[in-house]
Design a protein around this ligand. Structure first.
Ligand code: GLC
Length: 480
């Protein structure tokens, strides 16, 4: 049993004034994958141990082997938090990205939207900067959504693209350059469902449509430097078609062998496993579940994409915006299982970031900066915390994600939750050396460890008066 410093009210008060967010291990400023050296050391230790999970984790529920994640997939999992951007001609109508289908009266004049699409407020550098400040490590832009309009130069495939609009610019080029300059993960969303292209639903023209789709994707793979991921969406709309995914993915692998491939399984099939070349299971506005990878041929990452309000494309009459607390909570629900969280913004008609979205990103970013090590690099464990709490691990450091803590001294203001107090962790942990809050690192938290019984009990103190961080992270240093 370790003997931490006793907790005194005085020491807690003292710390009130000095909350800071700097104790956790630094993270790579580029926000991309750790060094190859680090990766290969990790892979080596996994291979030696024969498991993909850290040795302290409980055994997989079956005896079947768990596959080792490919380096690109581990790197993607460490990106953790991304920005989705839904922007297109439809943004000018302010009724969501499905307006073409649900308000069919707009179709007569839809083509004219191209002539008023100036992109005057589209500032890719500012957009990528907002993502970075929010703690996001990749941005996925709708280079073409279901309306069929491309934000990139289709180089003659058709004229339904940004260079032929009032903008007269290749907006994907601007986005790509901004990602490169900021070291931001560059992901291209591309629709497969196409309401515009004449071949899409024309009898006998299916292969022509696929050729068009593949040539479009080939442009994205060859004209914008390194692409970190391609995110497809729409196969679910025509389940009876032969999408010939192998052809599409082969061309991606040819030009961008390290790109992550996503193909949205959609709301009707959350977490479904797709084609063998696909790297990620998607949970569109769902909640990732605990993965069972035993016996699987490939380690798949998981990602939940989500809206800030109730539409992906901007909705002028949509007032259902989520709060920062809800967003942090949803991010936590992903990281509990090692899944990524891809949060959407819907820029305005001419490409600006709506005010609420911008503020929300700033607030969430303040949370993300408190303990980057717990958010990005740490991996799920099978250790059991209290209630919704969960524990992730990076090397010898464990991070206890703690929910529902009350605020010190606030019990007369709020219905105090009993979340503070003794917390237990059940499961095998190395000898614990120290526990402290990530936002209050100078104060030791009391704990008792019984290693024979695989049991750790520690004292979770309330938030100091004046703070409420939604999810609070305790850093547990071990001798491990
Ligand atoms: C759905 C919608 C689409 C949106 C996507 C994001 O599939 O069709 O509008 O782009 O979800 O995941």
């Amino acid at each position: 049993m370790a003997m931490p410093a006793p907790i005194s009210p005085a020491s807690t008060e003292r710390a009130d004034a000095t909350i800071r967010a700097s104790w956790c291990s630094p993270v790579s400023p580029s926000g991309v994958a750790p060094s190859l050296l680090h990766q290969s050391a990790r892979m080596l230790s996994l291979l030696i141990s024969g498991f993909t999970s850290p040795p302290t984790m409980a055994a997989a529920p079956s005896n079947l082997p768990v596959p080792v994640p490919l380096p690109r997939i581990s790197a993607f999992e460490r990106r953790a938090f991304g920005m989705f951007v839904h922007w297109g001609l439809y943004s000018q109508l302010g009724q969501g990205e499905w307006v073409w289908t649900y308000h069919q009266q707009v179709r007569a004049d839809y083509a004219k939207l191209k002539d008023s699409f100036t992109a005057a407020e589209f500032d890719a550098t500012a957009l990528v900067g907002a993502a970075k400040a929010a703690g996001m490590r990749y941005v996925c832009l709708t280079t073409r959504h279901h309306e069929g309009f491309s934000l990139y130069d289709t180089r003659g495939l058709n004229q339904w693209d940004a260079p032929h609009s009032a903008a007269k610019r290749d907006l994907v080029r601007e986005f790509s350059d901004a990602c490169d300059a900021a070291g931001m993960g560059k992901f291209f969303y591309h629709t497969t469902l196409d309401w515009w292209h004449p071949d899409f639903d024309a009898p006998g023209r299916w292969q022509d449509y696929l050729d068009y789709l593949n040539r479009s994707v080939e442009l994205l793979c060859t004209r914008y430097g390194r692409v970190d991921g391609l995110w497809f969406d729409g196969n679910w709309a025509r389940k009876d078609r032969d999408w010939k995914e192998s052809d599409l993915y082969a061309l991606i692998r040819r030009h961008q062998p390290e790109a992550i491939i996503v193909n949205n399984s959609s709301t009707g099939a959350l977490g479904a496993e797709g084609h063998p070349e696909v790297d990620v299971r998607t949970f569109e506005q769902g909640r990732p579940t605990r993965p069972n990878r035993a016996g699987k041929p490939k380690w798949l990452a998981a990602e939940m994409c989500d809206t800030i309000n109730s539409h992906w494309g901007i909705g002028a009459r949509d007032l259902s915006h989520k709060s920062p607390a809800q967003i942090i909570d949803r991010l936590a629900s992903c990281r509990r299982f090692g899944a990524n969280y891809l949060l959407n913004v819907g820029p305005t008609a001419q490409g600006g970031l709506p005010g609420y979205d911008a503020e929300l990103l700033k607030l969430v970013g303040r949370w993300a900066a408190i303990c980057p090590a717990a958010l990005y690099d740490a991996r799920p464990t099978d250790l059991v915390g209290r209630g919704q709490d969960f524990i992730v691990q990076d090397g010898s450091t464990y991070y206890y994600w703690c929910h529902n803590l009350p605020i010190h001294g606030n019990s007369h203001l709020l219905e105090g939750d009993s979340g503070a107090g003794l917390k237990t962790i059940a499961g095998t942990l190395p000898a614990v050396k120290r526990i402290a809050w990530a936002d209050q690192p100078e104060i030791d938290l009391a704990f008792t460890q019984d290693r024979a019984k695989d049991w750790l009990t520690w004292q979770a103190t309330p938030f100091p008066y004046g703070s409420q961080l939604v999810w609070r992270i305790a850093v547990i240093e071990t001798a491990g």
